[in-house]
Design a binder for this molecule. Structure first.
Ligand code: PBE
Length: 266
């Protein structure tokens, strides 16, 4: 059976990312839902996962990872999502923006930028690919903002410059969120803000916005991935809507392995 060979080859281990990620929780649900009791999910970090993926491709070895798009790995490697017949990962998600209560009154221009921020997966990919090729995160965001003045001006249209007021954005150090958060930070800096971006684990990202310690974040994946975090904090955060459509999470393998569906892991 293809699945049991594959399972043995990867030691029945899915290479995961951080324990607090939504895709980690979804994958634990998948192991239950598909009766994959022989399998385990090994948590680490987004960076460790992409390192393991790169090592596997170097040697054309089998691997299975928790994956998502937008992500540069789909441009770098020939990858496929395993078919999710039970729909545990959902049928696509949006990335959404949230602000702290009171931000609109305290910093209306920053609130407006966060509210207006909207881009496409291909835009995010440009920043991610640049960083993956070695660019500094802040510089990659700077370059993207400079090269996309038309889109950026839609986010800042009609807003007055401010004078060094402080704004703190929180995010999790996933490649996708490193890209978006750095871009928004550059745009706010250009408007005159003094911006700090702080990487946290996902639950603390939501919590700090809810507590008013941070001003906002552009990193909520909904309706599935961060559903449990939204439930915990939705009464204390301000929803500013979708900033990117067509995101997805799932289990991802190289094209060169001969399984196609989560069912094949049995
Ligand atoms: N991700 C990227 C995150 C959201 C953004 C899919 C790794 C998660 O699983 O929580």
């Amino acid at each position: 059976e293809a699945g049991s060979d594959f399972g043995e080859e990867v030691d029945y281990t899915i290479t995961g990312i951080d324990a607090g990620a939504g895709v980690t929780a979804s994958t634990e649900e998948v192991l239950e839902a598909y009766d994959l009791e022989d399998w385990s999910l090994q948590t680490s970090s987004g960076a460790a996962m992409t390192q393991a993926l790169g090592d596997a491709f170097d040697n054309e070895e089998p691997i299975i990872v928790t994956g998502w798009n937008p992500h540069w790995k789909f441009a770098e490697y020939d990858l496929k999502y395993l078919e999710d017949t039970q729909g545990t990962f959902g049928e696509g998600e949006d990335i959404q923006t949230f602000a702290r209560q009171g931000l609109e009154e305290d910093h209306p221009e920053a609130f407006e930028v966060l509210d207006n921020f909207y881009w496409e997966g291909e835009n995010m990919n440009e920043v991610m690919l640049n960083i993956n090729e070695g660019a500094d995160e802040e510089e990659a965001a700077r370059d993207w903002v400079d090269a996309n003045e038309d889109m950026v001006s839609e986010w800042t249209n009609g807003l007055d410059a401010v004078d060094g007021e402080e704004i703190e954005l929180v995010y999790v150090a996933w490649d996708s969120e490193i890209a978006s958060t750095n871009v928004v930070a550059q745009v706010l800096e250009d408007l005159g803000y003094d911006v700090t971006i702080t990487p946290l684990e996902a639950p603390y990202m939501f919590q700090s916005v809810a507590a008013g310690d941070a001003d906002g974040m552009v990193a909520a994946w909904l309706p599935i991935t961060h559903e449990h975090l939204l439930e915990d904090f939705e009464d204390d955060i301000v929803s500013l809507g979708v900033n990117l459509e067509g995101a997805q999470t799932g289990l991802v393998v190289p094209e060169y392995v001969d399984i196609d569906s989560i069912e094949d892991l049995k």
